[in-house]
Design a protein around this ligand. Structure first.
Ligand code: SAH
Length: 218
């Protein structure tokens, strides 16, 4: 990943963030390495908020959305159990930070965002960083049938229920990680596709996400 505007101070702050995430129970070394590498401050529009970039907290971005908390990004990424070369579909590109973390882990990323301004801004940002992901302005409830099937699917907004299209677009042996719930909190659900119609589901605690809304916005 190309890192213009990234210096030793940022690297030091990322190192500290990695320690915080270890302390909170993230154990996957590759995931921690990726968090230690991706320049999160370049995903936050206003450089006045530099000190926030490496705090373990969510932060507002354009279109009333948020860049996910680093712990949440690390937790979801760890749950995916990625192997280099896998095809991963992400729902909710947002700032592109999670997308960049996935790219850093050597997977092929496909990501959908419903807000057009965010999609456009993030496409430029990821290009600048040399992060090659296939981005789409569209509705995540529909997935990306044209590129299916996927080894893994990651939803980064709170879904009212598990979208059928996403289960269909998963390979047998694949995994879907999705926060589900319509209140302020969602349950982190991990679904393994064992056979074309056989799914095994596990729950991994409560998280807070912006809602997954149907149909793309302008
Ligand atoms: N992974 C992002 C998280 C952004 S917040 C990051 O690290 O920055 C979740 C994003 O999901 C928001 O940008 C929101 O616009 C988007 N979203 C909500 N519903 C969606 C849908 N149906 N399809 C695609 N994106 C959606």
């Amino acid at each position: 990943m190309q890192q213009m505007g990234d210096d030793y101070r940022h690297k030091g702050m990322r190192k500290q963030l990695v320690e915080v995430l270890k302390g909170k129970g993230i154990t996957d070394v590759k995931v921690l390495e990726a968090i230690g590498t991706v320049p999160r401050h370049l995903f936050i529009d206003d450089s006045a908020f530099l000190q926030h970039a490496y705090a373990d907290q969510a932060f507002p971005i354009a279109c009333g959305q948020t860049i996910s908390q680093p712990y949440t990004v690390a937790f979801q990424t760890q749950l995916l159990g990625l192997r280099p070369g896998e095809k991963v579909l992400e729902i909710g590109t947002g700032s592109g930070y999670q997308t960049a973390v996935l790219c850093q882990l050597g997977v092929k990323v496909f990501s959908i965002e419903r807000h057009r301004p965010l999609y456009l801004e993030t496409r430029q940002r990821l290009e600048r960083l040399g992060c090659k992901a296939q981005l789409l302005h569209g509705d995540g409830f529909k997935g990306m049938p044209q590129f299916a099937p996927f080894d893994k699917v990651l939803v980064t907004c709170g879904a009212p229920e598990v979208p059928e299209a996403l289960l269909q677009q998963l390979k047998v042996g694949g995994r879907l990680v999705i926060p589900v719930g319509e209140g302020v909190e969602q349950q982190m659900i991990c679904i393994d596709k064992k056979e074309p119609e056989v799914f095994v589901r596990q729950t991994h605690g409560a998280f807070r996400f912006v809602p997954m809304l149907a149909d793309k916005a302008r």
